[in-house]
Design a protein around this ligand. Structure first.
Ligand code: NAD
Length: 343
């Protein structure tokens, strides 16, 4: 059966922009139709690899391209808003990488652009597609464990992500880069909004390595339904850790508990003379050359739901509330005082 494919544009031809290109290239209802990067060579390289016919170096030109239906915004954390707004006002549906944006003004600008233009928008808070988290959500939502009471979540990266992988780590923080995933997961599992936050940060290890961003944030979050959570987000796990992420989560309910150990699963261990590693099979892997893992599933789901018209599984409102709570956490860590989240 022949069906019209959704023509996807991509802004940002870095590590994750390539991930988007690989999904659209193999999706039955989509095709990667244009890619844009201010560094044109990077866009050209990905275009060649995935057979993308159009390359732009200015996202305004991509916005003007009438042949593009939807656009993925895959620029650095602090650089989502301008491109996202331009696409929305050009009537293109948008998938924005997490976090939605990193300032109150940018968050508001994106929400206004989406509301005024009537386009559809999803933000890639992909943890909801992680099989263990998804099952935990189902179990908690069933009510058989009672009501969520307390939770602990720890989502840390090895140092290499801040020192070597991201050229812009100093213009973001682990709170934006991973805290947005962990906070969205808490909101989803506890089915409530963060009300009051108290965060303590430490810095110095990454600064000594020339990356001016905090090392770690330890945060207590009180939710509107009375649940309380502790959230740890650090960028200083030793590089010898066998996974990029160090990821744990527990939810204590009034009549039961869920424990998730996401990064010590030993699903597969590879051992050589130099050491060993445990691939992140749940997150991303290739099966017979096809993208597998929940970090691909969320992007694929954007296309599926654009095609069938169903509601996205992460709404713009989810991403807006997550980003505003992260801003409050940032403020608390700066002032040393608890902060009420303003929605
Ligand atoms: N969902 C996930 O699991 C996941 C994983 C990694 C990264 N991300 C997110 O994806 C985004 C990109 O991360 P990355 O690791 O690919 O970064 P990256 O530095 O590898 O790539 C970003 C690219 O954007 C380009 N760029 C910046 N501003 C631009 C502009 N105004 N117009 C056009 N191009 C521009 C840069 O030249 C660069 O090539 C970030 O928001 C990050 O948090 C999400």
């Amino acid at each position: 059966m022949e069906m019209k494919k959704i023509r996807m544009g991509i802004v940002g031809a870095g590590t994750w922009g390539e991930t988007h290109a690989s999904i659209y290239a193999e999706h039955l209802f989509a095709e990667p139709a244009a890619i844009c990067d201010m560094n044109r060579e990077k866009a050209e390289k990905i275009a060649e690899k995935y057979g993308i016919p159009k390359v732009y170096s200015d996202y305004h030109d991509l916005a003007k391209d009438g042949e593009i239906d939807a656009v993925a915004i895959v620029t650095p954390d602090f650089a989502h808003a301008d491109a996202a707004c331009a696409m929305a006002y050009a009537k293109k549906h948008i998938l924005i990488e997490k976090p939605l944006a990193t300032t109150k003004e940018d968050i508001a600008a994106i929400c206004e652009a989406v509301a005024k233009s009537g386009v559809r928008c999803m933000v890639d808070l992909h943890n909801r597609w992680s099989p263990p988290f998804n099952l935990a959500k189902q179990k908690i939502a069933s009510g058989k464990l009672g009501k969520p009471y307390t939770a602990y979540i720890r989502l840390n990266d090895i140092k290499w992500v801040a020192t070597d992988m991201l050229s812009w780590a100093a213009k973001s923080s682990i709170l934006w880069f991973l805290g947005s995933h962990s906070l969205d997961s808490l909101r989803w599992l506890l089915d409530s909004e963060a009300k009051r936050v108290y965060s303590v940060k430490r810095e110095g290890i990454l600064k000594a390595k020339g990356v001016d961003t905090p090392d770690t944030f330890l945060t207590t979050i009180e939710f509107e339904n009375g649940a309380v959570a502790q959230m740890e987000n650090g960028w200083v796990t030793p590089n010898g850790n066998r996974n990029i992420n160090d990821f744990k989560c527990s939810v204590m309910c009034t009549e039961g508990m869920i424990n998730l150990d996401l990064s010590s699963h030993n699903l597969m261990e590879e051992v050589t003379e130099d050491g060993s590693c445990v691939p992140d099979i749940l997150v991303s892997n290739m099966v017979f050359g096809h993208c597998g893992g929940f970090s691909y599933e969320s992007i694929r789901d954007f296309v599926d739901r654009l095609a069938d018209g169903k509601e996205f599984r992460v709404s713009l409102e989810d991403a807006r509330k997550t980003a505003l709570a992260i801003l409050a956490i940032q403020e608390s860590a700066k002032t040393g005082q608890p902060v009420e989240v303003e929605y």
